[in-house]
Design a protein around this ligand. Structure first.
Ligand SMILES: [Mg+2]
Length: 555
């Protein structure tokens, strides 16, 4: 505990002043709800009772170890250029400069036409860029009927993670270079230069291969560990958080795809503070799994071997005994490790940044509860508040539009001119999009949500900008999801009076209904009785408790 108390920046009690904020849900009477300040908050898609979590699992890269942006991506981009030149790409590309304002996560790359696409949950195209050129609506329609594309793995590659940012930008740079250089002739699915034909598919494969090479055989890792301060964020609250979890009787584990040597150096750095001197990083974790090979880890997995933490060498053969605390293991599978440590699906909260490798698989295959780390949330929430003027402008344009249409109904034959309002609306949304970056927000494009958003909503129970945000909540906390309002709920206030009409079916039953139906002879029940116990639940986590304990309407 001394380490915690001596770290002045670490609250031992929730020192952040909780804000009293009105509920943001339109249509529901504004009630004041205590909330932590936005930068400390964990956001909730599905209710989760921390009290019931027995194991806290953590991914390492971009979860515990957040790489500094744009330094880390710039380094990756430079190494990527060198690798591409070494396999025969023109030396001109040495001049490309990494531009962090261009790429964002969750984009799709269409290998057939060489386009970077921002799509909604269903594959409807919101933005389409060829190289650096943003296609007009009509051009998108020509290439993609109904501006729609299927998530066909042969054609589409989803640029899911933060590691993909330099790759996304390199694809844009190369396609811009080849399609605008005079020596190359542009075709629908590639470029020609004399006898040389390069399809967009082959450019994609070269870039993909070069990225893998830089990660596995290049200097990315050695440069990172040689310059940790330059490339990795460090926070004194991390070791404190790990200690606090374990002090509550819960277990911590790290499950990373990185190998032991790299994990060892990164974690040593992340837990090395004057207050923690002499303490091994493995002492913060009950179980350590490296080389996990997620998402394979959540399926059949690989051979589980013990790691010699001094030499970094792996033992031969399968590890069959118990998992020893504070030791490190390589590979394995979720099923084997869960059995060894006695963890069942809902006992585990897994914290990761990879929507597919960490979150989707652990939830779908294993029923783990999931916490997605989205470092971009800091920027997203900043723009959300910083650009309030633009949001207000959109509201005011909506108001103007509503006034134009106010007194019109189906008897009106004249078409009001709304072109100016529409143009102003598009310009404002464009300005807002640019506040997030050239491809707009990670979560939305105007009023429409992105594919990434829909995956977050579907698979991440909770999410936050940083794993550290957990430090602001007690480990008995009940994360409760706000109600998701549909348009007929969000635009109709409870204060409105909507009288019942001929189409309103009287289906109401009251908890005070008396179940007194006439006795019948031929069927056991004339009607179903009104339930006296709670039957509808939305806080899944507490359902068992509620249903077994509830004996009356007051529960
Ligand atoms: Mg990661």
């Amino acid at each position: 505990m001394t380490s915690q108390e001596s770290l002045s920046s670490v609250p031992s009690q929730p020192s952040n002043k909780p804000a009293l904020e009105p509920s943001l849900s339109n249509g529901i009477s504004e009630v004041e709800v205590w909330k932590r300040e936005p930068s400390h908050r964990v956001f909730v898609n599905r209710s989760l009772n921390l009290d019931k979590i027995k194991f806290f699992g953590f991914d390492m890269d971009y979860t515990l170890a957040v790489y500094k942006s744009p330094q880390y991506e710039t380094m990756g981009f430079t190494m990527l250029k060198d690798r591409l030149i070494s396999i025969g790409y023109p030396t001109d590309i040495k001049e490309f400069e990494y531009d962090p304002t261009f790429p964002c996560r969750g984009l799709w790359f269409d290998k057939l036409y060489g386009n970077i696409l921002k799509v909604d949950a269903y594959g409807n195209i919101l933005v389409c860029v060829h190289g650096f050129r943003f296609l007009k609506g009509s051009e998108i329609g020509d290439l993609y009927p109904n501006k729609f594309v299927n998530l066909d793995e042969k054609r589409i590659y989803v640029l899911n993670t933060l590691f993909h940012l330099p790759e996304t930008y390199m694809l844009a740079c190369l396609i811009d270079y080849f399609t605008t250089s005079k020596e190359y002739e542009r075709n629908k699915d590639g470029v020609r230069c004399g006898e040389l034909y390069m399809s967009y598919q082959s450019i994609f494969q070269d870039v993909r291969g070069a990225v893998d090479w830089v990660h596995f055989y290049g200097n990315l890792k050695s440069e990172t560990v040689a310059n940790l301060e330059r490339y990795v964020h460090k926070d004194p609250r991390l070791p404190v958080l790990m200690d606090r979890i374990r002090e509550c009787g819960k277990k911590t584990m790290i499950i990373t795809n990185s190998e032991f040597e790299y994990t060892n150096k990164i974690m040593e750095y992340l837990t090395d503070f004057p207050e923690t001197k002499g303490r091994k990083w493995t002492s913060y974790f009950d179980f350590v799994v490296v080389d996990a090979k997620k998402p394979l880890f959540f399926e059949e997995g690989t051979i589980l071997r013990k790691v010699n933490t001094t030499s970094g060498k792996l033992s031969i053969g399968h590890h069959m005994g118990k998992l020893e605390q504070h030791c490190a293991y390589s590979g394995g599978s979720c099923e084997v490790i869960s059995q060894m440590i006695g963890a069942q699906g809902k006992d585990v909260l897994y914290v990761g940044d990879h929507i597919f490798g960490d979150i989707l698989r652990s939830k779908k295959q294993r029923g783990w509860r999931t916490f997605l780390v989205v470092p971009e949330l800091s920027t997203e929430v900043h723009v959300w508040t910083d650009q309030s003027e633009l949001f207000n402008k959109i509201k005011s344009l909506e108001q103007t539009l509503s006034i134009i249409y106010k007194n019109l109904d189906s008897s009106n034959m004249e078409k009001p001119d709304i072109s100016n309002v529409q143009r102003a609306m598009m310009d404002t949304v464009h300005e807002l999009d640019l506040s997030y970056g050239m491809l707009g927000s990670l979560f939305r494009s105007g009023s429409r949500l992105t594919f990434f958003s829909s995956q977050v909503q579907r698979f991440a129970d909770i999410y936050a900008a940083s794993v550290i945000n957990l430090i602001h909540y007690p480990f008995t906390y009940m994360f409760r999801a706000p109600a998701m309002l549909l348009p007929h709920e969000s635009t109709v206030s409870h204060e409105n009076t909507i009288p019942a009409d001929d189409f309103t079916i009287a289906r109401q039953r009251s908890v005070n209904n008396e179940n007194k139906y006439a006795k019948v002879q031929h069927v056991p029940h004339l009607r179903p009785e009104t339930p006296t116990k709670v039957t509808h639940h939305h806080d899944d986590d507490d359902f068992e408790e509620t249903s077994s304990n509830s004996s009356d309407k007051s529960t």
